[in-house]
Ligand binder design. Structure first.
Ligand code: F6R
Ligand code: MG
Ligand code: MG
Length: 377
């Protein structure tokens, strides 16, 4: 059976700053999807969760990617949730709904989306990741390591079904006139892939495909809110879907790179570097508006029906990782605004630095070269 997995997520308001959505807002979104998605036969199944201050609507259906009706339903669910958020006086109510009216699909309207249309395997297993207080390029390193590096993905050495490698579709997210993408094959073009993926703020993995079967393996949201609104309205907080097992890396091979707690852009005011902490489902935001949080719900899906999620980072092993990551977060914070602790000039949010630099620029003087006094006279 051909099914579509669609995840659409937005920050529509949260409690006590940017910590987490309220139970009532979540319930409003759940009820809306149940009534207008499931009961009307638009979708087959759904799972609604929060990561930090974001709400993600995961649905299964048979309508293909970028389907107008499915996207409109999610958009309307977020509008309904925003209404509740306003009634409760939540902070940043409707924050990610940047346009007044829905048109076509949610791309360019604020919410992020990752989707894939798949021929469902009899034992279809996939992972749904959601990260808060960071940008889509934060997934570049984990995806690179899971899909090209035998140090994390032993299957690249051991499993004939993975031996041909994977195709990466990478987007230049700074280009705003359309989707500027490149396709590169691993392992032949490994170094080219690495050369692009080192720049998380500009080049982002959009999707990954098996070179053995041609099937899609991963899909990542590539929205840059900054490019839509023209100013800072929150970090992009990316979602991603990754199929696992058999012709794809095993679940543990996909999770493995998250043990690094790599530094990525985000946390406080979207303007700092901080380590990514793999957390349990529905984890909130705390220290220095961070740390960057990533959650992972693992599912099987059969005829479009989802199992209950298995919380992939809810395991004693990840407690140890979280402790290490907390230490990394504290370490970089100790140097405050200095050097790599903050993002480069172009990526700083809020515009305050640009204003300051413009003001200070006028006060700089170039010293006149002085004639040496008395020399040679
Ligand atoms: C980062 C984020 C927060 C806010 C910060 C200030 O993505 O959402 O770090 O930038 O809490 O928020 P405002 O400007 O809403 O007071
Ligand atoms: Mg968020
Ligand atoms: Mg937010």
């Amino acid at each position: 059976m051909k099914i579509t997995l669609s995840v659409i997520k937005a920050d529509i308001g949260s409690i006590g700053g940017h910590i987490k959505p309220s139970a009532r807002v979540l319930q409003t979104v759940r009820d809306f999807v149940e009534t207008n998605g499931k009961k009307k036969g638009l979708i087959i199944d759904s799972f609604i969760s929060s990561t930090g201050d974001d709400i993600a609507i995961l649905t299964t259906h048979t309508r293909g990617t970028l389907n107008e009706d499915v996207h409109r339903m999610a958009w309307d669910a977020f509008q309904a949730g925003t209404q509740t958020a306003k009634e409760q006086g939540l902070y940043g109510a409707g924050q990610d709904l940047l346009k007044d009216a829905f048109s076509g699909n949610v791309k360019g309207l604020g919410p992020s989306t990752a989707e894939m249309e798949i021929e469902e395997r009899p034992n279809e297993s996939f992972l749904f990741f959601a990260a808060d207080k960071t940008e889509p390029g934060a997934y570049n390193l984990p995806l690179f390591l899971s899909f090209v590096d035998p140090m994390h993905c032993a299957g690249l050495m051991l499993a004939p079904s993975l031996a041909k490698g994977f195709k990466f579709v990478i987007m230049d997210v700074n280009y705003t006139k359309g989707d500027r993408v490149i396709e590169l094959n691993s392992p032949e073009e490994l170094y080219d892939i690495a050369a692009l993926l080192r720049d998380n703020s500009r080049f982002v993995v959009e999707s990954i495909w098996s070179r053995t079967t041609g099937d899609i393996a991963a899909s990542v949201s590539t929205t840059r809110l900054h490019n839509i609104a023209g100013k800072y309205v929150g970090k992009d907080d990316p979602v991603m879907l990754v199929r696992c097992q058999s012709n794809f890396p095993a679940t543990g091979e996909i999770l493995s790179p998250f043990s690094i707690g790599h530094y990525c852009a985000g946390t406080m005011r979207g303007s700092h570097n901080g380590p990514m902490m793999p957390c349990k489902q529905n984890t909130t935001i705390s220290y220095f508006d961070g740390p960057v949080v990533v959650t992972c719900a693992a599912f099987c899906v059969h005829n479009g029906k989802l199992t209950e999620p298995a919380d992939a980072f809810d395991h004693p092993y990840w407690d140890w990782v979280r402790n290490n990551v907390a230490q990394k977060a504290t370490e970089i914070r100790r140097q405050g605004f200095s050097g790599p602790a903050m993002l480069p000039y172009d990526e700083l949010e809020y515009g305050g630095i640009v204003e300051k630099m413009n003001k200070l620029d006028k006060r700089f003087n170039v010293r006149k070269v002085l004639e040496p006094v008395g020399v040679g006279k």
